[in-house]
Design a protein around this ligand. Structure first.
Ligand code: ZN
Length: 416
């Protein structure tokens, strides 16, 4: 679905989740000792506690003493966390990670993280104990979800449905009365051919109606339409302009698919894999093209931390563009004369000394904060939308390398 309908603050939440996930992905346990629990919102906390208690007693059978102790410690820590909740977990459920992770030099460190109310509901209860944390289901929730219309057809059968994110939803099907290629004895070849063509045409119309009914009302949220089937059916269908013109314009491509039943819808998504991957980047590309256009032809663009921040505070930024791969902190300094200055540093580096550029006095560190969180907090207050831009295309890379990972499309020119 288009990101325009997201609630304010959702992007920020997603970013916060993404950061925790990245941290968790780096951890490794020396044995099968890192525990992850996915808890749906309708699962009673008491049930979860009972499950954890059971796992704790079963862990007594683990042969390696070190692993046994680590698993049991992780489970105890999870039980401690669960005490903060009453009957049920928060909306959309939650995920708890706990375990002794390698901290180098043969030592371990206990890590426990709770992620409440993920962007989508936790589907089912999962207990997972492995040498790494199970972050996959959460990562999937954070991915950009698209909405695509699916059509598969041959001359005998058709299915239409949705692709929502990664989920294929079959909706309607139709089958035709198109006669086979063999005519019956006594029928003239010409008449048979004409009747057959008529039947095919009728069937294509029926399929188009079915697709139009489903897709036209959603045309503004649709990211595209995929059409699949054997040749030449799908080509005839598309070339014949059977579909509503607004739907026809959304066709991303046609793909060879052998089956036209419900399983054909899944085959279609597989066959269109590359086109779909490109599609995700397309939205980001449009944002960056608009930014460059504004930059070249007018003044309604801003970039770099300082400039963008000032524009954000003025409320002149329409969309804040942030590189997905930006990992920087902003350090706030204040000198003895009260001058406040900012410096952006790589998140992995330590805080540098700073001299006030106005009076030359050594300045003291007031605060160090993630650049993205810092800017998004201002953006939220000012009603500015934030868009994360991937680095999988040239202009996306440029945003990170040439513009400090931060830019903005302005509502009006500010001259900053
Ligand atoms: Zn100063």
């Amino acid at each position: 679905m288009s990101t325009d309908v997201e609630e304010p603050g959702e992007d920020r939440r997603k970013y916060e989740f993404r950061k925790v996930i990245e941290e968790l992905q780096e951890y490794e346990g020396s044995g099968t000792q890192l525990v992850t629990i996915y808890i749906p919102e309708d699962r009673q906390i008491a049930d979860v506690v009972a499950h954890v208690t059971q796992e704790h007693s079963e862990a007594a059978n683990i042969k390696s003493k070190q692993t046994r102790t680590n698993v049991q410690d992780a489970l105890t820590s999870i039980k401690d966390r669960l005490r903060y909740y009453d009957t049920y977990p928060p909306d959309n459920g939650m995920v708890i990670f706990s375990g002794a992770v390698d901290s180098g030099g043969g030592r371990t460190e206990m890590v426990t993280r709770t992620l409440e109310s993920p962007p989508e509901p936790v589907q089912s209860f999962r207990y997972h104990c492995d040498s790494d944390f199970l972050t996959g289901p959460l990562e999937e929730m954070l991915m950009d979800k698209g909405l695509f219309g699916l059509i598969v057809l041959d001359r005998r059968e058709a299915n239409v449905g949705w692709l929502k994110g990664k989920r294929v939803e079959p909706v309607k099907s139709a089958s035709s009365l198109v006669p086979g290629k063999q005519r019956k004895g006594g029928q003239s070849a010409q008449r048979f051919a004409r009747l057959r063509l008529e039947a095919i045409d009728n069937f294509y119309q029926e399929v188009a109606e079915m697709a139009n009914e489903l897709f036209v009302p959603e045309r503004h949220d649709l990211d595209g339409i995929l059409v699949g089937g054997p040749s030449p059916t799908k080509d005839e269908f598309l070339d014949g302009d059977y579909l509503h013109h607004e739907i026809q314009d959304k066709v991303l491509g046609k793909f060879d698919v052998a089956y036209t039943d419900e399983s054909g819808l899944h085959d279609l998504v597989d066959a269109a894999d590359e086109a779909l991957a490109d599609q995700e980047v397309v939205k980001d590309k449009h944002q960056m093209e608009e930014f460059f256009e504004n930059l070249n032809t007018g003044e309604e663009a801003t970039y770099g931390f300082e400039q963008t921040r000032r524009n954000l505070i003025m409320g002149s930024v329409d969309r804040l563009l942030i590189s997905e791969d930006l990992r920087s902190d902003v350090v706030v300094y204040e000198c003895p004369n009260g001058h406040e200055e900012y410096e952006v540093v790589d998140s992995r580096h330590s805080t540098p000394d700073h001299e006030c550029s106005e009076c030359g006095e050594p300045a003291e560190v007031q605060e160090r904060e993630d650049v993205i969180e810092h800017l998004m907090a201002i953006a939220e207050q000012r009603g500015t939308e934030t868009k994360f831009i991937s680095t999988d295309f040239e202009k996306g890379e440029q945003l990170l390398d040439a513009f400090g990972g931060v830019a903005g499309i302005l509502r009006y020119s500010t001259g900053i």
